[in-house]
Design a protein around this ligand. Structure first.
Ligand code: ATP
Length: 233
């Protein structure tokens, strides 16, 4: 049974259909990429999973349970972690405080923070710095760390490379593998297709709200259409 099972999902904003008949699965232990250009519908899919956008058609099951009518906070308690586009960290709190306030259980917050420092050593070095004092890459690491503090079974990462240099993009996206190896599945929405393909097992390609291709990342990398559209031919 898939950890996440999305079937025939359609989501609209008024007259605009942002997502059309999308079916996606993520299994436990997998890193799955959701690839597509600006406006393809990646963020809409993530927001629909968290309950910020209501689908007009289709169904979502997570961990064997339907999500229809389930509140965002209950979805988080069920094990959906979300790192939204745009690195939302608390600018006036230290790195450690940013992590601690996101803890699912304050009794083991200290241990979870240590785990997250293990994944992102740069955060440990900056643990007393305030959110606003961090570089873009460090803020992104902190945003992902905050989502991990909720101990998710599936982490939704929306465009973590946005606004980062190629080196920092690599530094952040390489952590996806570590996160998965520690037991959290990942659904990664990315425009940086080459890098996303290199850190994920499978991928779905979205174009104007529709899934136009899917498969193991090794196969997709050699697909002429993907090469032409995303990898520079
Ligand atoms: P980006 O990387 O730019 O966020 P995306 O692939 O995540 O791209 P979405 O943000 O999901 O794409 O947008 C999908 C479509 O829905 C686009 O046409 C976008 O303009 C539209 N859209 C997104 N949010 C809204 C909204 N709140 N109201 C109306 N239309 C929206």
């Amino acid at each position: 049974m898939a950890l996440l099972d999305i079937r025939n999902l359609t989501a609209r904003y008024g007259q605009i259909t942002a997502l059309r008949d999308a079916s996606i699965t993520v299994n436990a232990g997998e890193a799955v990429a959701l690839l597509g250009a600006n406006g393809a519908g990646k963020s809409t899919l993530m927001k629909t999973l968290m309950g910020f956008v209501s689908p007009s058609e289709g169904s979502i099951e997570f961990d064997g349970k339907p999500l229809a009518g389930v509140s965002t906070s209950s979805r988080a308690r069920m094990g959906l972690g979300y790192s939204p586009e745009g690195r939302r960290v608390f600018p006036g709190m230290t790195v450690r405080e940013n992590l601690e306030v996101a803890a699912r259980d304050s009794r083991n917050a200290h241990m979870k923070v240590a785990e997250i420092f293990g994944i992102f050593p740069a955060l440990e070095q900056k643990q007393a710095a305030l959110g606003w004092q961090l570089s873009g890459g460090q803020q992104q690491m902190l945003a992902i760390g905050r989502a991990l503090m909720t101990e998710p079974k599936l982490l939704l990462l929306d465009e973590p490379s946005l606004g980062l240099s190629p080196i920092l993009t690599t530094e952040v996206l390489d952590r996806v593998r570590i996160i998965v190896s520690r037991g959290t599945a990942v659904l990664l929405a990315e425009q940086n297709v080459a890098k996303a393909l290199s850190v994920c097992n499978r991928a779905y390609v979205l174009q104007v709200g529709r899934i136009v291709d899917e498969g193991p990342t090794d196969t997709l990398r050699d697909n002429p259409v993907i090469r032409e559209a995303f990898l520079g031919g």
